[in-house]
Design a protein around this ligand. Structure first.
Ligand SMILES: [Zn+2]
Ligand SMILES: [Zn+2]
Length: 359
């Protein structure tokens, strides 16, 4: 008889724990051994003993937390099966941000896939999602309601460029999370043939430089110097979401404020945030892709970590798939969880790196 899924992974205070391999996945508190799906702050925290992750995720963690973010680190190679205690573990692309991976854990004929955050839409800054057949699929449900259907991100970026052509005197300020979303927007702008320099808020700089070092073509980027802001009419400026309503953004000439997030599908939310040009660009799966992915994995059982858990659990039930919500705390703070309503930063100080994350 196959090992029961709950014997392979159990829910602890720290997060999902695999006793037979003695490790946690994306733990929210410091643990002895952590396997990390990707670099967003709610999944990748500092202070663990040993960390296993893709080389890109390890480098992202080092940039955010410093080289001493853990005691020892081990690079996971995509697709390579590694024995850890009584279980076999392998990492597979998740399509979410640079370095993001799903983690497959197999024991006694039962395979569980922890997908972390993932999307199926193409993204020029990271490897595409790979379907990993499994018995239990663990998924998030940030956009787990049928109302959430993300349009093609390329069309959203074309709308941004249309606006730049229409208002050549105005600065276009685009709020985007500092890891993943910002670089995806830049890469999409380049794909559309935009070859002017892209201006960056200070909080975007370190991770953007890292993406460039990893070989992602983002073109010329220039850090915004406070005194130069009045001269940046007609330019595109990327900043953390918290900065779009800040005093910081008001020093640009007649700014058009945009925000790249899956939540921009909800027009009331865009209005409430004072966003003139909502761009529905998400690094998470929309409803259709959540359902499609669950079906593609062939899983007979689904565990939902966080987000709109109830609707997805219900959908599984109507399709003959056992499902349960895990109600996990500590995830989703990274960004596309909920847009931060309060502008956090002082006028001209570059926002802390933690100011913005996914979505
Ligand atoms: Zn994420
Ligand atoms: Zn997340």
């Amino acid at each position: 008889m196959a090992t029961r899924p709950t014997e392979i992974l159990s829910l602890t205070r720290e997060g999902l724990y695999c006793p037979a391999g003695d490790f946690h996945v994306d733990p929210v508190r410091p643990v002895a051994r952590a396997l990390i799906t990707h670099g967003h702050a709610d999944h990748a925290r500092s202070g663990h003993g040993a960390v296993w992750a893709t080389p890109e995720t390890l480098r992202i963690m080092a940039v955010r937390y410093g080289e001493d973010f853990c005691e020892t680190r081990q690079e996971a190679r995509l697709g390579e099966a590694v024995r850890l205690g009584e279980v076999t573990v392998s990492f597979h692309p998740a399509g979410h941000v640079l370095g993001s991976a799903q983690i497959a854990i197999t024991q006694g004929g039962c395979r569980i896939v922890v997908s972390g955050d993932y999307k199926r839409a193409p993204d020029p800054t990271c490897l595409g999602f790979e379907v990993v057949p499994c018995d239990v699929f663990i998924t998030e449900a940030t956009f787990g309601l049928p109302v959430f259907r993300h349009p093609d991100a390329r069309d959203e970026v074309r709308r941004l460029l249309d606006s730049v052509r229409l208002f050549p005197e105005r600065t276009h300020i685009v709020g985007a999370y500092a890891l993943g979303k910002a670089q995806r927007v830049m890469a999409l702008l380049r794909e559309e043939g935009f070859c002017e320099p892209i201006y960056l808020h200070g909080a975007m700089e370190k991770l953007t430089e890292l993406y460039k070092r990893e070989g992602i073509p983002l073109g010329e980027t220039i850090k915004v110097v406070a005194a130069e802001r009045p001269k940046l009419g007609g330019r595109i400026v990327l900043c953390p979401p918290s900065a779009i309503q800040d005093l910081w953004s008001r020093k640009f000439p007649d700014p058009v404020t945009a925000f790249a997030s899956g939540w921009m599908r909800v027009r009331a939310r865009a209005r409430q945030k004072g966003v003139e040009l909502p761009l529905v660009i998400s690094d998470h799966s929309d409803w259709d892709d959540l359902c499609r992915t669950i079906r593609d994995t062939g899983a007979g059982e689904v565990w939902v970590t966080h987000g709109q858990e109830d609707a997805l659990v219900h959908w599984c039930g109507t399709h003959g798939i056992r499902a349960k919500p895990l109600h996990m705390l500590g995830y989703g703070d990274e960004g596309e969880a909920e847009p931060d309503p309060a502008p956090a930063t002082a006028a001209d100080a570059p926002a802390a790196d933690a100011a913005g994350e996914a979505a």
